[in-house]
Design a protein around this ligand. Structure first.
Ligand code: AMP
Length: 427
């Protein structure tokens, strides 16, 4: 027997440990919202050149130094399973020359990401993200739209109690100024910082803010509240983003400690956390990345995006006892047959019903009629069509209402119309 790889999980249908149906509903519901907001789906490969992530996310970040599933392929190329969606999408955008033909693009994506983190509740090595990117605009309205879009997906998932935190890291030179200030601020307290943070202080002081260790957090606490480092341009942009959010009625708190772990972020950054998620409390996050397009070889273009963690959304929904992503797949009609000839007729009926959109099931395990009825009951089939030799001879079928237990006879060639009518009446 083989087991799945550490930190990677099967998603089974039904209640047997999986949540495929819930995910499907979440995915469909999100896709509808994205499309209403004018975002179109993009699908990029799971495998990319490793250098793409090193260059974009940053060679000092945890993702790049510790968490990438990276390897050399048979052709001697260094590749990596994608740890996030933004860099591949910018790569795809540039590779398709969209910056020349239609520079403003709004994309969404839904799919697996891979990070070799230590598995724990809410943290997997293969997890799934739902995200969006708008490339080609510096307009503060698009920052607000992106945040509103993320909150709308969460609302539609019926999650309650989440908090949106908002910050602004400024442009690249603002970020450099902030880093310099942080370095000065923390260097006197170096001894209190963890080993990683002592290194970060030299290479990327902003990342000290992100450290989850209690000692580091106590050093960091209070340090940022009064720091002013935004240039007038970035401060102006931020105040317009806030105005748009207020107009849209989005609730948020300003949090100077939201710095985001990935190097490419500049300007507006945001995170949404949920109180029921424990240590891994981030449902999703995002921000502007105005230098990434040019860093990857394109022109200078504004861009902003977000990603929500599907597993975290499902955990939070389950903790809230919410039947989130509601909507039910209708239970199928069951065709029960007795005898070889009746089975052929049953098979024909199943196909005819499915072709008019009626969910339909039959027996594939050689079960007795009694066992087929039990199976229909287990599937919550509202109606069962029974076809045996007698029915074949008389050109009719028996329809059993599983709730009232009433049975009636119907002409075989009227079964499809009858079922279609019944199912449509329900929907
Ligand atoms: P990030 O790309 O790190 O900003 O992550 C965005 C969201 O993806 C987070 O807020 C989480 O909900 C989710 N996420 C990130 N890493 C993991 C992981 N290892 N396991 C499960 N979800 C994750």
């Amino acid at each position: 027997m083989h087991a799945s790889v550490k930190g990677m999980y099967d998603l089974l249908p039904g209640s047997a440990g999986g949540s495929v149906e819930l995910r499907q509903r979440l995915e469909r519901c999100s896709a509808e919202i994205f499309e209403t907001f004018g975002y179109r789906e993009i699908r990029t490969p799971l495998l990319e050149e490793k250098a793409l992530f090193v260059k974009s996310i940053g060679d000092e970040t945890d993702i790049v130094t510790k968490e990438m599933f990276a390897f050399r392929d048979r052709g001697g190329r260094d590749v990596a399973l994608r740890p996030e969606g933004t860099a591949p999408i910018v790569r795809a955008y540039l590779e398709a020359n969209l910056h020349k033909t239609a520079p403003f693009q709004k994309f969404y994506y839904i799919g697996p990401m891979f990070r070799a983190e230590r598995p724990q509740a809410g943290r997997m090595r293969q997890f799934h993200q739902i995200g969006a990117e708008a490339i080609g605009s510096h307009d503060p309205a698009i920052d607000a739209e992106m945040i509103l879009l993320m909150m709308t997906v969460l609302d539609a998932s019926r999650l309650k109690g989440q908090t949106l935190r908002l910050n602004n890291l400024g442009c690249r030179s603002d970020k450099a100024r902030l880093s310099k200030k942080l370095k000065e601020l923390f260097s006197g307290k170096k001894a209190l910082l963890c080993e990683d943070c002592r290194k970060r202080l030299e290479t990327n002081p902003l990342r000290v803010i992100d450290c989850k260790k209690e000692n580091c957090r106590s050093v960091v606490r209070g340090a940022l509240a009064s720091l002013e480092f935004l240039c007038p341009n970035c401060a102006g942009h931020f105040s317009v983003v806030r105005k748009y959010l207020d107009l849209a009625g989005v609730q948020y708190v300003i949090d100077p400690y939201i710095v985001r772990g990935l190097d490419y972020y500049t300007g507006t950054v945001f995170e949404v956390s949920h109180p029921d998620l424990g240590a891994q409390d981030a449902l999703g996050a995002g921000g502007r990345y105005d230098n990434l397009v040019s860093d990857l070889g394109g022109p200078s273009l504004g861009a902003v995006g977000f990603a929500l963690g599907v597993e975290r959304m499902l955990i939070a929904a389950a903790k809230q006892g919410a039947t989130a992503f509601a909507g039910k797949t209708p239970p199928p009609v069951f065709i029960a047959t007795l005898g070889e000839e009746a089975r052929k007729k049953g098979f024909e009926l199943v196909n005819a019903l499915r072709s008019v959109g009626v969910a339909c099931e039959m027996d594939y395990e050689g079960k007795s009629l009694k066992a087929q009825m039990r199976k229909a009951d287990d599937m919550c089939a509202p109606l069962v069509v029974i076809v045996g030799d007698d029915e074949l001879k008389s050109g009719s079928a028996v329809i059993r209402d599983m709730k009232s237990k009433e049975q009636s006879s119907i002409k075989m060639d009227e079964v499809v119309d009858f079922m279609e009518e019944r199912v449509k009446r329900k929907t």
